[in-house]
Design a protein around this ligand. Structure first.
Ligand SMILES: Nc1ncnc2c1ncn2[C@@H]1O[C@H](COP(=O)(O)OP(=O)(O)O)[C@@H](O)[C@H]1O
Ligand SMILES: [Mg+2]
Length: 358
């Protein structure tokens, strides 16, 4: 990399994929403040607009990827796709450009929080109500994207960002439309339309969340996002993926041939309702036309399962878990009180013994 000084534009060396130093100016306008994440083809930084001082997130497509026409085009498509969709649950795109050095960049609102993958790693499976609330937000975001003729194609927990917003703990922002695909123009009622998109010849996406037709590079439509949202919900409520083999090839084989596992059996301790297994069987059907036809349909089905679950079981999963947590906390509290009492008794005995000897 050419010598770089804070406040000066840099020329990037194609061989070097180091992250850029804090203070680097992108296109004379955005000053990098902090590296947020390093990806395979670039990085995401927190940055600041030089004149307005607005804090933003900036995604850079680095050399040599920014010289590759296919990746460059895909990056541009991400910018176009997201800037068209204005939705509470989709990250806002603010700018896009190419520096004189040929580095493509995408400027977005800066999100404060963490992605769902990080939440899953830290917290493990989530209670049904919480998971359902998260996935229903994802459904409404994707429904809006689909109305714009855009399918995400890479829905997974790492691409769902959790931000704290107006006191809501799990306000979701969908990110990373990097491999999004546009449906042909003129398709305005996709739920009744069997629009098949020609695959690009390459399989794009993340294997665990891929619908069978996506994993084989076949024609795809918006129903691959329905499938992926089903996988995300399954993972959130059970802490496990429905189809996961020791290798990617094994995973693909399971996706193509295996029955949808029972979420209730996968996580018996979660006490999930039977209707949820039915929901997963439909959301993860191998044939797209047997799945829920739209994101709105899936969202409504999730809402119905949750509302039945709370009616059927007044002390439902959440309440049971809360009672269990409270009992555990009580036990911890009692143990603590016991320890303190014992320590106090020992100290008193010691003091009495000392006084006695004097
Ligand atoms: N606007 C943003 N604000 C804060 N963090 C972000 C933002 N966009 C992405 N990230 C973080 O960077 C990670 C990678 O971003 P993403 O757009 O998914 O790029 P990639 O194509 O490398 O997967 C995300 O999982 C998230 O943790
Ligand atoms: Mg991503």
């Amino acid at each position: 990399m050419a010598p770089s000084r804070p406040g000066f534009c840099v020329t990037l060396d194609p061989q070097v994929q180091d992250s850029l130093p804090v203070g680097t100016l992108i296109d004379d306008r955005y000053r990098l403040v902090r590296l947020l994440r390093k990806g395979g083809m670039g990085e995401i930084y927190a940055a600041e607009h030089l004149h307005t001082h607005k804090r933003v997130a900036i995604k850079l497509l680095r050399e040599p990827w920014s010289r590759e026409p296919v990746t460059r085009e895909r990056f541009k498509r991400e910018a176009q796709a997201t800037s068209q969709i204005v939705h509470d649950h989709i990250v806002e795109t603010l700018d896009f450009g190419v520096t004189p050095d040929g580095v493509c960049y995408l400027v977005m609102e800066l999100l404060y929080g963490e992605d769902l993958q990080a939440t899953l790693l830290r917290e493990g499976r989530l209670p049904l109500r919480r998971a359902a609330d998260i996935v229903m937000q994802i459904c409404s975001a994707l429904a809006e994207a689909h109305r714009h003729g855009i399918i995400h194609r890479d829905l997974k927990p790492a691409n769902c960002f959790r931000v704290g917003f107006r006191g809501v703990q799990d306000f979701i922002k969908l990110i990373d439309f990097g491999i999004a695909k546009r449906l042909p123009r003129g398709v305005d009622n996709i739920s009744q339309e069997s629009v098949a998109l020609t695959a690009e010849g390459t399989i794009l996406g993340t294997s665990f969340y891929m619908a069978p037709e996506q994993s084989t590079g076949g024609p795809i439509d918006h129903r691959i996002d329905v499938y992926a949202a089903g996988v995300v919900l399954f993972q959130l409520v059970t802490g496990k993926l429905p189809f996961r083999g020791p290798t990617a090839a094994d995973t693909y084989r399971l996706i193509l041939t295996a029955e949808v596992p029972s979420a209730r059996k996968t996580a018996p301790e979660a006490e999930l309702p039977a209707a949820l297994d039915e929901l997963f069987r439909k959301a993860l059907r191998k044939q797209p036309d047997k799945r829920y036809g739209s994101m709105d349909e899936l969202g409504a089905a999730i809402a119905a399962v949750v509302s039945h679950a709370s009616k059927d079981r007044p002390k439902g999963e959440g309440a049971t878990a809360a009672v269990r947590d409270a009992a555990a906390a009580n036990r911890r509290g009692l143990r603590m009180v016991g320890t303190v009492a014992l320590a106090a008794a020992l100290v008193t005995a010691l003091v009495i013994a000392l006084i006695w000897r004097m």
